[in-house]
Write a protein that binds this ligand. Structure first.
Ligand code: DGL
Length: 272
């Protein structure tokens, strides 16, 4: 049997969205220690250029690497779609886990003939999800739409508001869906607005949450790499943000369902 590896798992996102991955990961692996970084000073990533997204992602990953993490989870579809290879290259000795493959496999397991993907502008214009799905089954009808307003709505805590309903209506009304279709939430912020989106969908449309799939995928990777923490212990969590937005703490607490035992402002390492 492998020795227990109690080094933390590092998870990052542009802001609150990656907490959906933390929450699912805690359920799957309650014994693991977690360091989370939300780059709240620069959210949203989804409207930035691929060059800047890669630069930010590498800085985020370096912050986590300096915290001694044993694996890095890019809990951000934008980073996973645009810059995962660059993060992997920058940290060849640390396993880097993205959201994309997990979301694609979860969709393919359903054997749906039609998948609607919603994500940030950067994720959608990278076309990474469509390419990944078509590499496995070119017959699937894939429709991709950028839904950038949903990120600031979630960051503001307005996911159950009239503004959220209006945005969901505006984005979804032009995409006819049938009951056997899948809606893939290709942004880790979107599970937080799932209820509002779901109210706008025809009955029977299944929502796939890439955050939940990513957590399961990460749990399998940790176990297959033989770097799991000691079983039976209660893992700790540390949360860092690059800026202290007024509502981050209350939003994060609401979403995780408990106080944040450790919450600090991060200073990102300078570029090498
Ligand atoms: N939560 C991220 C994603 O999954 C990023 C959203 C953003 O910063 O635009 O794409």
């Amino acid at each position: 049997m492998n020795q227990a590896d109690n080094r933390p798992i590092g998870i990052f996102d542009s802001g609150l969205g990656g907490l959906t991955v933390v929450s699912s990961l805690r359920k799957a692996l309650p014994n693991e220690n977690v360091v989370y970084l939300g780059d709240t000073a620069r959210v949203p990533y989804g409207d930035k250029s691929p060059e800047n997204i890669a630069k930010f992602a590498i800085q985020d990953a370096r912050f986590l690497a300096e915290k001694g993490v044993k694996a890095i989870v890019a809990a951000c579809n934008t980073v996973s779609a645009v810059a995962l290879d660059k993060v992997e290259k920058a940290f060849p000795h640390i396993p880097v886990i993205g959201v994309l493959d997990a979301g694609i496999s979860a969709c393919m397991r359903r054997k749906a003939s039609s998948i609607v993907i919603i994500g940030t502008r950067a994720t959608i214009s990278s076309d990474a999800y469509r390419r990944g799905i078509h590499a496995l089954d070119p017959s699937v009808n894939v429709r991709s739409i950028a839904t950038p307003l949903l990120v600031p709505i979630v960051e503001e805590g307005l996911q159950d508001s009239e503004i959220a309903s209006a945005a969901a209506e505006m984005y979804l009304k032009g995409i006819p869906m049938r009951r056997s279709d899948i809606l893939l939430l290709a942004c880790t912020h979107y599970p937080l607005i799932r209820r509002t989106l779901s109210a706008r969908l025809p009955a029977g449309v299944e929502i796939i949450d890439s955050a939940e799939s990513c957590a399961k995928f990460a749990a399998d990777r940790i176990s297959s790499l033989g770097i799991a923490a000691a079983p039976g212990q209660k893992g700790w969590e540390k949360f860092f943000v690059t800026d202290m937005p007024f509502n981050f703490y209350s939003q994060a607490k609401k979403f995780l369902g408990h106080e944040l035992e450790y919450f600090e402002k991060a200073t990102l390492p300078a570029e090498p």
